[in-house]
Unconditional design. Structure first.
Length: 256
């Protein structure tokens, strides 16, 4: 008889459900005192962190790689330097007070330009996230450093945007999906490019999300009200912050 396929345990079912919600991330899944990774995530984790790749055992050949939870500040920057997005999944209940499976949830999605860990900062350098709103005539750009709250916008020709992007040197750039090819050809040398559909790059959405962020009724006080293309880019950045569960944003209170 052939080898029987291992039954999916409740723990792995929980993991698979969370992984399916964030397929473009490496999911760090908290199990006791460790963050565990499985499958292709484990293979990548083993290579990036230079740690041992094992198997779950019990007839389950699923690759496994993990590290102690207290080492997160040591290992997280290594993922981000490789341009990876990392979903951090924590135990939301005390295992000692729960019978059966512990409730878990993703508390943050760290990206090459967005992380609450101070260890991901490179010395005194800013770590900018950029967004570009492309049109054939005018290109809007926006730049945010999550750690400092610095938020800048600019617009002009592709040559203008090229100069400012190389000056800010963002680790990550958000672009409109249908213009990905045009922007990739510019070779901005970012570690990661995030694409969105057209609805994110709209004037109404951008002004609404930015006014909500700044607790304002308009952007006139910041002097950017008429810079529609760059405001749209700034709106895409703000949307990305919320999508990646970066909710501690009170220090981001203005735009220049």
């Amino acid at each position: 008889m052939g080898k029987e396929k291992a039954t999916t345990t409740p723990l792995m079912k929980q993991y698979n459900e969370l992984k399916a919600q964030h397929p473009d991330t490496i999911l760090l899944f908290r199990v006791g005192d460790f963050y565990e990774t499985f499958g292709q995530d484990a293979i990548e984790t083993s290579k990036i962190l230079n740690i041992t790749l094992t198997k779950r055992g019990g007839g389950d050949d699923n690759p496994l790689a993990g590290f102690p939870h207290h080492a997160i500040d040591t290992y997280l920057p290594k993922f981000l330097r490789e341009g990876k997005k990392v979903a951090i999944c924590e135990q939301l209940e005390d295992p000692k007070s729960v019978k059966g499976l512990v409730k878990r949830g993703i508390i943050e999605i760290a990206t090459p330009s967005l992380s609450y860990s101070e260890q991901t900062m490179q010395g005194n350098r800013n770590n900018f996230l950029a967004a570009i709103h492309y049109t054939p005539t005018t290109i809007g750009s926006a730049f945010l450093d999550l750690s400092t709250g610095e938020f800048f916008v600019s617009e002009g020709s592709m040559q203008d945007v090229d100069k400012i992007i190389r000056s800010f040197a963002p680790n990550e750039i958000i672009v409109q999906k249908k213009y990905l090819r045009e922007l990739e050809s510019a070779n901005f040398n970012a570690k990661s490019i995030k694409t969105y559909e057209d609805w994110v790059f709209t004037k109404d959405f951008a002004f609404e999300i930015l006014n909500n962020q700044f607790s304002t009724l308009s952007l006139k006080g910041f002097g950017v009200e008429k810079m529609e293309h760059s405001v749209i880019a700034a709106g895409a950045i703000t949307n990305y912050l919320k999508e990646t569960m970066h909710n501690e944003l009170n220090h981001i209170c203005s735009i220049k």
